[in-house]
Write a protein that binds this ligand. Sequence first.
Ligand SMILES: [Zn+2]
Length: 605
Amino acid sequence: MPGGGYDLDEIRRRADLVEIISPHVALRKAGRRLGGLCPFHQERTPSFTVDPEKGVWHCFGCKAGGDVFTFVEMMEKVTFAEAAELLARRYGVQPRAPDGGARQHHRERLLALHEQAAEFYQEWLGQQSARSARAYLKQRGLGEQALRDFGLGYAPEGWDALLNAMARRGYSAQELATAGLAIARDDGGHYDRFRERIIFPIRDASGRVIAFGGRAMRDDQPPKYLNSPETPLFQKGRVLYAFDRARKAMDAAERAIIVEGYLDAIACHEAGFIETVATMGTALTQDHVEMLRRRVSHLVLSFDADSAGMAAALRGRELFQNAELTVRVVTLPEKTDPDELIHAQGREAFGALVEAAVPMVEWELSRILARGRNLEEGERVEVFREAVVALARVPPGVEREYYTRWLAQAWAPGDAGHTASMEAAIREESGRLATRRQTGDRRTADVPLRGTAHTSDSARRPVDHVEAGLLATFLGHGELVAEYLRPLEPEDFTEEGDRSVFVALRGLVERGEPVTSQAVMSVLGPATRAHLAQLLMQETPTERVQETMERGVNRLIERRLSQRYQRLLRREVGPGAEQEALQRELKECAEQLTRLLGQRVVGEK
Ligand SMILES: [Zn+2]
C-alpha cells in the first residue's frame, strides 16, 4: 500500500521541504520563493524553484516537480512508499496505529515467516539428503559464494517438513498457506508447497524475502520451476529477481540487463554484471518498466529468442517508448542461455555480446529477414511484408527513416537503383500502415490522447493556456472554486495533466473539503504531481479574480459547445423525425453559444 501505513498528511506537515532540498541545491532567496541550479538536469542558469509556502518545487528547464515526497523519490531513486518511510523516520512520524496497525503487524509477521523459511531451506542445502541438489548446482557452475550471496536452499522431500519446523517457531498452518508456503487439503489439513526442490529466495527492492522459486530435482516432477503464488507480499508482475542487489549497480552502469531465469541472473552477477535482473516466468509488465525507468534509460534484453518473454517484449514496444527507454537485444548462440555461455566461454564472451546488442527494431527486422533467406521468391514477398509491418510500428521520425534505408539495403544490397526504389516503396507502405493504426487508435478514444507529464509548455496550444491559467487561478483561490467549477466537465480539459488536476479539484468540492494545493497534491499520482507543481508556479491574478475565473470557464464551455455544433452539422440523418430532432439540437446548441458569446449570433443557416 502507498506510504506503508503512514499518515501522509502528518509527514507533509512535519517535513521541511527546504531542509530536504538544501543539501542537494544551493538555494537563494528570490521573493517569497527560492531558486537554484536544478539537480536533475545540467544547467548554468538556475531554473529550479521552490515555493516553501505551498510546499512545492518545480524546474522550468526539465519540467520536473512535485512535493517533498516527489523530491525524495527522484533524488534517492526510491518508490513513493520508500520515500514516505524515509521522511517518516527522519521527522519521527510513527506508522498509523489502530486499523493500519493490524495490517502492518500481519505483514511483518509474513515477512518474518519468509525469513525463517529461507533459513530453514538454507540449512537443508547442507544436509546429506541435499547431495544431488549440491551436485547439480556445482555442475551449473555455482560456487559457495554464489550460494551464500543469493541464499539458495533446498526443500526436503516429505509433506510437512516446513510445516513442522515453522509450527515449532509459532506459525500456524493457516499462516503458511497465506504465505503460499503450504497448500490446504480438502480434509482441512495442509502440506508443504515446495518439496524436493532447489530453493531461490525472491526478495523485494530492500532485500527482504517475500517469496520463493523452486527448481525440480527430478524430471518426473513437474513443473520444472514452481514459484510462490500471488500473496499479500508477492505480486510477480511487480518484482524482478535480484533487483535488490542490482539497483545500485544500475546507476553506475547506466543500464539494466534483463534475463529470464534465476540461474542466468546469478551467473551474470557472479561474472560482474551486477546490473542484471530476471523476470520470473512473466512478461515485462508496466510495473517492471516503471521500476527500471527510475534508475536507467537503457535496457539490454538477453532473452531466449523464441521465448514467450521475447515475443511479449516485442509486442510491448510502446511500453518502452512511453517510458523513454532505449532497448537493445543480445543475440545469443542458438539454444544457449547467458548462464551456459558465461560458464562455457567466460565473462568476456558474454560482455562482448552485450556490447554488440542491437536496437530492438533492428533485431526484429534481422530475424524476419533471416527467415526469408532460403525461400522461393513468392514466399520471400510475404516475409518482406512482415518486415514492413514491423517497421510501421516504429513512430515516424529519424528512427523509422533510418530503418527504412536499412531494410532496403538489407533486402536489395549492391544495386543502388533497386535499393532507392525499394526504399520509396517501404516508406510509402509503412507510412500507410502506421496511419491506419493511428486512426484505429483514435476511434477508440474520445478524448485526444496527447500530452503526458513530459509535455513542454511550448508544445501547448493556445487553448491549453486557458486551461492551465484557469486551473492555476483555481489553485490560488481555493475558496472560490466551488462557485465557478460546477459547469465544467473533465473533457473540457484536453491536456491529460490538466484533466487530472481538474478531477482532483472537483472531488474536493464534491466532498465539501477545503481546496488547497496540498489537498490536491495528496490525491495525485507522481507524474501528475509534477504537472501540478508547474501549475502552482504560474503567476495568478490577485485582482478581478472572479472575472478571470468566469472568463476561463466560459472559454472552455464555448469550445465544448462549438465542437458539439460542428459534430451535429456533420451528422448524417434520414428525413422526417430524425431530421427534426437534429435541427432542434442544433438550434439549442446555437442558442447556448449565443448566450455565452453575448451579441454574436451563431448558427443561422
Ligand atoms: Zn531541471
